[in-house]
Design a protein around this ligand. Structure first.
Ligand code: PEP
Ligand code: MG
Length: 604
C-alpha cells in the first residue's frame, strides 16, 4: 500500500445532538497502514518515566556530558519538527502550540535546566537522566514557593522539556505498551520501531502519531502486523484523551474521535467489505503465481517479527525473501547470544519446510536503534548516513560473527541465504565473506552441525552507489535484493520517516527506476538472482513495471501476497515489457504514474 500524502491536514468538528454525548471529532493525517478499526484510546504521554540512577566513573564524565548533549540535540530536532507541523494547524490552536514549542526550543538551546544538569554530571558524577530528574525536582521546589500563574506555566514547560530529555536518554519503551488492555489504540507524538515491535496485534488494534512517514520502519511494521495506522496527525494529542473511543481509518488517513451512530454503521460496513475481500484473496493461496503467458514469479514474504510466521503460511509465500533481524536486538540491555539467535532461525527455517529463508544481518542504525550498541554508534546514531547496517557489523565483528554462526547452524535445517544491508562497496562484501568463511571453519573444527555448503551471500541494493556499481558488486556477491525503500530515500535525499517531506518520496521517480533497471540488468548479465524486497514489491500498481524490468522475484509483507498474485495472473509478459519500456522513456514521475494507472485500470 502506498499512502497518499495530503498537503493540508485539518481537524474538523461535527456538533453532536446531545450534550451528554461527546462530539465526534475528525483528525486527518497520512494513512500509513490500511484497514479500519475501532478501539479505546491510550495516550502515550501519560506513561510514567523510570529514571535509573548510578555513579559515573571519573574518566567517564566527558562521555556522559556528550551523551547528554546528544540527547539535547535530538530533543531540539524533535521540537523543531513538531513546531513546523504546528504551523499547519488552523487558527489559534496552531499559534498557541507553536509558541509553546518555541519556548521549549529556547530552553534546549541554553537554560538553567541544561546548565544545572551538566554541573551535576561533572561535580556529583551523576548519570545524565538522574541529573535531569534531580534538577527538575529542585526547580519545582523553587517554583512552588512562588504563587504566580505565569511561573506555574513556566514550570510546566520545564517539566515537559525535562521529561523529553529523560525519555531520549533512557530510550525506555513505555512499559505500558505491552500491558495495554485488549482493543487499545495507541496515540503518541512519535513511535520508534522498538515500540512497534512490542505491539501485540491481539491487544493493540491500531495507532495514530503526530510524526512519522509512510515508508519508515514504524509504518512498515504496522503493515506487517496488520495494524491500521495514521501518521502525521497534527493535533491528535489535544483532540484525544485516554479512554475515548477512536476509529483509525488507515485507508482514508483519518482518526475519528468519539464516533457518532452514523459513523459506527459506516465503519461496520467497511470492515465487513474488507473481510470478505480478504477471504476471496486468501483462496488464491494454492494457485501458482504465473503470468497469462506462463512465466512463474516467486512471491516471498518479508518477516519483521516471528509472530508473522502464521501469516506467511496462510498467505502462501514461496519462501522468506527478507528476514529482518533487528527485532532481536531491540527492547533489551544485552545482545542476543548465538544459541538464542540459532534457536529462532532454526524455528523459522523449520516452519518453512524446505523453502528458502533469506536472513539479513543486523541493520541497526538510522531510526532503528539497539540500546546495547549505542556506544559504538555514538553520534552516528540517528544519521541515515552513519554507521548503519553492514558498516556497524564490520566494526563490531563479534556481533557479525555471532549472527553468521547462528545462521550457518540454522542452515542444517533447511536452505538459508545471507543478506548484507547498506552495502556501498565491494570491499565490504569481500570482508564479510572472509568473516563468514572464518566462522564456518571454526564451527567445522568444533564439529558443530551446520549447512553442508556455505549459504549464498547477497547484498541489498539500497544505496545509489551500490546500484551504479552493480556490475562490480555482482562479481563479489551471490545474489541481489533491491531495497527500494532506502534506494528511494538516498537517491532523492528524502528521509523516509519524515512526514514533512513525504510528498517528495516517490519510487516512481525516473532516477530511482533507472537505478532499479541498472542493477537488474547487471544481475541478469552476471546470472545471479535478483529480487525486490522494498515496499514497492507489495504494491500491485508496480507489478507490471517490475516484471517488465526483468524482476521475477518479489518479497513483501505477507498480507500483500494474494493481491500481488492476482495481479501477476492478470499480466502478460509481452505487455509488461512494452509498458516498462514506455515508462523508462519518461522524464517525469507524474507521467510514469499515469502510464501505470492507465495500464492497471485497462487490464484489470
Ligand atoms: C529497503 O530499504 O527497501 C528494505 C527492504 O530495507 P529496510 O526497509 O529494512 O530498510
Ligand atoms: Mg533498507
Amino acid at each position: 500500500m502506498k499512502a497518499k500524502p495530503r498537503k493540508t491536514r485539518r481537524s474538523s468538528r461535527a456538533a453532536s445532538a446531545s450534550a451528554a454525548t461527546p462530539a465526534e471529532v475528525i483528525v486527518s493525517g497520512l494513512g500509513v497502514s490500511p484497514g479500519i478499526v475501532i478501539g479505546t484510546a491510550y495516550l502515550r504521554e501519560t506513561g510514567t518515566l523510570e529514571v535509573p540512577e548510578y555513579e559515573i566513573p571519573e574518566n567517564g564524565i566527558e562521555d556522559e556530558c556528550d551523551r547528554f548533549r546528544a540527547a539535547v540535540s535530538r530533543a531540539a530536532r524533535q521540537v523543531r519538527r513538531l513546531r513546523a507541523k504546528a504551523e499547519t494547524l488552523p487558527g489559534s490552536a496552531g499559534e498557541e502550540l507553536a509558541y509553546l514549542l518555541e519556548a521549549y526550543g529556547h530552553m534546549l538551546k541554553g537554560s538553567r535546566l541544561l546548565r544545572g544538569v551538566e554541573k551535576r554530571i561533572t561535580e556529583n558524577r551523576m548519570n545524565a537522566e538522574a541529573a535531569v530528574q534531580a534538577e527538575l525536582t529542585e526547580l519545582s521546589a523553587g517554583f512552588a514557593e512562588m504563587d504566580d500563574a505565569y511561573l506555574a506555566a513556566r514550570l510546566d514547560d520545564i517539566r515537559h522539556v525535562a521529561h523529553r530529555l529523560i525519555r531520549s536518554l533512557t530510550k525506555t519503551p513505555y512499559r505500558s505498551m505491552s500491558e495495554l488492555p485488549e482493543g487499545s489504540i495507541v496515540v503518541a507524538e512519535e513511535l520508534t520501531p522498538a515500540d512497534t515491535a512490542q505491539m501485540d496485534p491481539r491487544r493493540i488494534h491500531g495507532f495514530a502519531t503526530v510524526l512519522g512517514g509512510a515508508e519508515g520502519h514504524v509504518a512498515i511494521m504496522a503493515r506487517a502486523l496488520g495494524l491500521p495506522a495514521v501518521a502525521g496527525a497534527t493535533g491528535i494529542m489535544s483532540a484525544v484523551k485516554t479512554g475515548d473511543t477512536l476509529v483509525i481509518d488507515g485507508d482514508g488517513g483519518r482518526i475519528i474521535v468519539n464516533p457518532g451512530a452514523a459513523t459506527l454503521v459506516e465503519v461496520g460496513r467497511r470492515r465487513a467489505e474488507r473481510l470478505s475481500e480478504e477471504k476471496k484473496l486468501v483462496r488464491l493461496r494454492r494457485v501458482p503465481a504465473v503470468t497469462r503467458d506462463g512465466v512463474e514469479i516467486q512471491l516471498n514474504a518479508n518477516v519483521e517479527l516471528p509472530l508473522e510466521m502464521d501469516m506467511v503460511d496462510r498467505m502462501g509465500a514461496r519462501g522468506i525473501g527478507l528476514l529482518r533481524t533487528e527485532f532481536m536486538f531491540m527492547n533489551r540491555d544485552d545482545l542476543p547470544s548465538e544459541d538464542e539467535q540459532y534457536a529462532l532461525f532454526r524455528d523459522i527455517v523449520g516452519k518453512m519446510k524446505g523453502s528458502p529463508v533469506t536472513i539479513r544481518t543486523l541493520d541497526i542504525g538510522g531510526e532503528k536503534i539497539a540500546q546495547t550498541l549505542l556506544g559504538d554508534i555514538g553520534e552516528s546514531v540517528s544519521s541515515a548516513l552513519g554507521l548503519r547496517g553492514v558498516r556497524l557489523s564490520l566494526k563490531r565483528t563479534d556481533v557479525l560473527e555471532t549472527q553468521f554462526a547462528a545462521i550457518l547452524r540454522a542452515g542444517k535445517h533447511g536452505p538459508v541465504r545471507i543478506l548484507l544491508p547498506m552495502v556501498s562497496t565491494v570491499a565490504e562484501v569481500r570482508k564479510a565473506r572472509e568473516i563468514l568463511k572464518k566462522v564456518a571453519a571454526r564451527l567445522k573444527r568444533r564439529k558443530v552441525a551446520m549447512a553442508e555448503t556455505l549459504p549464498p551471500l547477497g547484498v541489498m541494493i539500497e544505496v545509489p552507489g551500490a546500484a551504479l556499481s552493480a556490475d562490480a558488486l555482482a562479481m563479489a556477491s551471490d545474489f541481489f535484493a533491491i531495497g527500494s525503500n532506502d534506494l528511494t530515500m538516498y537517491t532523492l535525499a528524502i528521509d523516509r520517516s519524515d512526514e514533512q517531506v513525504a510528498y517528495l518520496y516517490n519510487p516512481l521517480h525516473p532516477a530511482v527506476l533507472r537505478l532499479v533497471q541498472f542493477a537488474t540488468m547487471a544481475a541478469l548479465r552476471a546470472r545471479i538472482p535478483i529480487s525486490v524486497c522494498g515496499e514497492m514489491a507489495g504494491d500491485p500498481r508496480f507489478t507490471v513495471l517490475l516484471l517488465g524490468l526483468g524482476i521475477r522475484d518479489l518479497s513483501m509483507v505477507p498480507a500483500n501476497i494474494p493481491r500481488i498474485k492476482q495481479r501477476v495472473r492478470e499480466l502478460d509478459m509481452v505487455e509488461a515489457n512494452r509498458r516498462a519500456g514506455a515508462v523508462m522513456e519518461q522524464i517525469d514521475s507524474g507521467r510514469i504514474a499515469m502510464l501505470l494507472d492507465d495500464f492497471n485500470g485497462l487490464s484489470s
